[in-house]
Design a protein around this ligand. Structure first.
Ligand SMILES: Cc1ncc(COP(=O)(O)O)c(C=O)c1O
Length: 425
């Protein structure tokens, strides 16, 4: 029997790579352009995953490709800590200026989101000389040991991987799932039962939980967290790895709340697919670790930095946060229009283009992960790549490039309607 190219690659993948590296697609990428992607057999997909929120500026934006080609002609690696280069400094200057707050800031660059989180915690501990860290249930901060310790979702991220880093405490996340009063009570209980506030170095939160289900934090909760941190000398860390770089209708989600965190972690769409992350924050906190305490062989790679400079230009020139807000509003209207036909729709939420739809069994509060998978599969049949999320795996999230042409977006909206109707039929 003749196997297709994709089937042959799937068989080789199963034999050569561990199942722990879970893969959603059964097709393999050949090339991609803006919001479209073609597999090795020539099948075209509309990409509403964007490499998990990485391609806000689309695949192969001409300006980003040109910046990468230019950097490739100069040098690809020196290790910034051995022979530094100007691009690192100018990117730090830009991030210091772009992020919320007019105080003096500094930026350190790394490669992955998890690394940014690990380093933000190291910096907060070094500054406060304290050890405790409070995170939230439903949070996702990455897969390395400290990041996964902060993560508040057991399957598949934590199961079987313990023991985790000590001195990490989880509170309920103040969104539609928990009231601020409940959260206050839980945190005050933590302060009584587990750790005194003067031993807490940092509180880390996502303004909109990504993997956790696109749960938007309550405005009052952000203000309360800021006040709590000020009262006890705790470093407030906003993890903007998924919410950042235009996804929520503003450059950073924290701009929606008018609250300034002490440190911010940035990654994903910062460099359009090249591995680059950042910790940006108050200069005096960022300067706490001694020379050599931060960094890494590849941290602040020059190719990735060249891409990030181009991303920042494209974001401004094409007004992508504003465009994302408009497309996000259109998507929400499409989803609301489906409510009567699709009784599984329990909630439609998000900020800007960071939109998700949650499914329950009709007329109940029981999460419907099967229905969610069905919607995803129906969309894929129609060549639209969608991702799921949520602690109960009952949420579909939409992470289209903000550069998506209106015609392709319209085509995708038709597929969303057809897929949800087919799943509900
Ligand atoms: C909010 C958030 N923090 C941290 C991470 C970890 O980033 P990375 O996978 O690049 O390590 C992610 C990745 O999905 C994320 O969404």
């Amino acid at each position: 029997m003749n196997h297709s190219q994709n089937e042959q690659l799937m068989a080789r993948k199963a034999a050569a790579t561990p199942r722990g590296v879970g893969v959603m697609g059964t097709f393999f990428a050949d090339h991609a352009e803006n919001s479209e992607l073609w597999d090795v057999e020539g099948r075209r997909f509309i990409d509403f995953a964007g490499g998990i929120a990485v391609m806000n500026t689309g695949h192969r934006h001409p300006k980003i490709v040109a910046a990468l080609q230019a950097q490739l002609e100069r040098f690809t690696h020196t290790c910034y800590q051995v022979v530094p280069y100007e691009g690192y400094i100018s990117l730090a200057e830009k991030l210091n200026a772009m992020t919320p707050g007019s105080h003096a800031k500094k930026t350190a660059l790394f490669s992955t989101g998890a690394e940014a989180i690990e380093n933000a915690i190291k910096i907060a501990r070094s500054h406060t000389k304290r050890s405790g860290v409070i995170a939230f249930s439903g949070a996702f901060h990455g897969r390395s040991l400290f990041a996964v310790s902060l993560t508040g979702k057991v399957q598949p991220y934590k199961a079987g991987f313990g023991p985790f880093a000590p001195e990490v405490y989880h509170a309920p996340f103040p969104c539609h799932c928990a009231s601020l009063d409940e959260v206050k009570k839980a945190v005050h209980h933590l302060f009584k039962a587990d750790i005194e506030p003067t031993r807490v170095a940092a509180i880390v939160f996502e303004p909109v939980q990504g993997e956790g289900g696109f749960n938007v934090i309550q405005l009052e909760a952000v203000k309360w967290l800021r006040a709590l941190c000020d009262e006890h000398g705790i470093v407030l860390i906003a993890d903007e790895i998924q919410t950042g770089f235009g996804r929520t209708g503003k450059m950073f989600a924290m701009e929606h709340f008018g609250v300034v965190p002490d440190l911010m972690t940035i990654a994903k769409s910062l460099a359009a697919g090249l591995p680059l992350s950042a910790v940006t924050g108050r200069a005096e906190i960022m300067d706490a670790p001694a020379a050599g305490g931060l960094g890494g062989t590849y941290a602040g790679n020059p190719m990735a930095i060249a891409a990030a400079h181009a991303v920042i230009e494209v974001m401004a020139e094409e007004k992508l946060p504003e465009r994302g807000q408009r497309l996000g509003d259109e998507l929400k209207a499409v989803l609301h229009g489906l409510r009567t036909e699709v009784p599984q729709i329990a909630d439609i939420r998000g900020l800007g283009a960071m939109v998700a739809v949650e499914f329950n069994r009709p007329g109940t509060d029981t999460p419907d992960a099967d229905f969610t998978r069905k919607v995803q599969a129906e969309a894929l049949k129609r060549n639209l790549i969608l991702l799921t999320c949520g602690v109960n795996a009952n949420v579909v999230r939409f992470l289209f490039p903000l550069t998506i042409p209106d015609a392709v977006f319209g085509e995708a909206m038709d597929i969303v309607r057809a897929s949800m109707r087919a799943a509900a039929a």
